[in-house]
Design a protein around this ligand. Sequence first.
Ligand SMILES: Cc1ncc(COP(=O)(O)O)c(C=O)c1O
Length: 456
Amino acid sequence: MATLDSLMAEDRDHHVHGQTNLRQHQQQGPAVMVTEGHGVYIKTDDGRELIDGFSGLGCTSLGYHNDRLAEAAKRQMDTLPFAPTFYGRSHPKVAELAARLVRMAAVPMDRVMFQCSGSEANDAMIKFLWYRNIARGQPQRRKLISRWKGYYGNTVAAVSLSGQPHMHANFGLPMDDFLKLSTPNYFHFHIAGETEEEFSARMAQEFEDLVVETGPDNIAAFFAEPMQSGGGAILPPRGYWQAMQRVIRKYDIHFHVDEVVCGFGRTGYWWGAEAFNLQPDSTSCAKALTAAFFPMSALMFKEDFYQDMMRNSDEAGVLGHGFTYSGHPVGAAIALEALDIYRDIDLIGHVRRVSERFLSGCQALMEHPLVGDARGIGLFCGIELVKDKKTREKYDPALKVGQRVQDAAHAGGLYLRSIPPDRISFMPPLIIEENEIDDALAILRKALDIVYNELD
Ligand SMILES: Cc1ncc(COP(=O)(O)O)c(C=O)c1O
């Protein structure tokens, strides 16, 4: 039987990893191999157990073991392991899940289309916006607005929407038609003396200026995460969403809200849209939809949108879009069970209760000389590391301060993710208990001490 050491070598020699430095992987092999998980803990190749401070990739809402989800998967595999959703064909679980999702949407939605990942859901939405605009006799309405630091996925269109330059570089991307606004990171980008509300008004003015310059009739949609995730857990500042939504309403812009990370409890609300009082015209979700036990995403929109799409489908004969595994029965069965579990354990109530401990603990880290800012909501917090708290000066990126804190936390028993240059995105599984939060925070504080002492 293969040993872990030999598998580490196989991985180094044969497996290509995304979002990974390829040369480093070629030289060093996997940074870590995760072998098992239970509760909020993962076990790594060296036999240690670590608290997962990043929920896998913001997705393992119920942690790493769940009998009900495993049984739901097994039941469905025994009954119907696959059925397509092309050509008007369906199966009971996907029909039940579609109805369930529209009933629980943050604002009334009518139609759901399933995909396999967050990227695919956002990519499909871009296509559907263009498709719909052609049906409405507005083929010029193709411009998509999003924000720097936004993360919408990696397919060609979704990555063009993403505001992550390293995901565009050397791919010849983004495509044309994709426009960007500033990220609303108040701590980092406010002008001296500017209040959060003033900063928010400035962000909204930037948005309005771009809309006017582009021409509102050329804009297909504004895409946004309620709270930016892949960009480093950036809590929108006070007044931000009110000001941005005033521009959306004034120019009648389609507002797509990406709930891939915020959806299903991360913020202490079912949806990020509820947490920040957003009025989306359409929305995408994934990750905690199946508690990460199965790759599945969903795209929701309203009836008038569907009616427009129908006109094009009449003309072409079909909606010319879909994936083999869209609406997979095993994924749908797991998603339905996950939603039942969320209800049965009162997940939202739990997140609200434990988030007090979590957020106050994160706030307390602000006393640490390395921490310039710590803001969050629910079980979702962004921590910014700085050289000088007053001037917000950053460390030289070559020092890799975020990476070092991540590594020191790892050594201490907390699995974390640093986002270059120096942000920590802290988002444990939603089932985490207060004592585990205390343990995670203590490890993080110690990691900060270690790195600070080294830098000193
Ligand atoms: C907000 C958001 N949208 C979309 C995506 C893309 O999802 P996926 O990786 O499932 O394609 C991600 C991934 O992390 C995300 O954070």
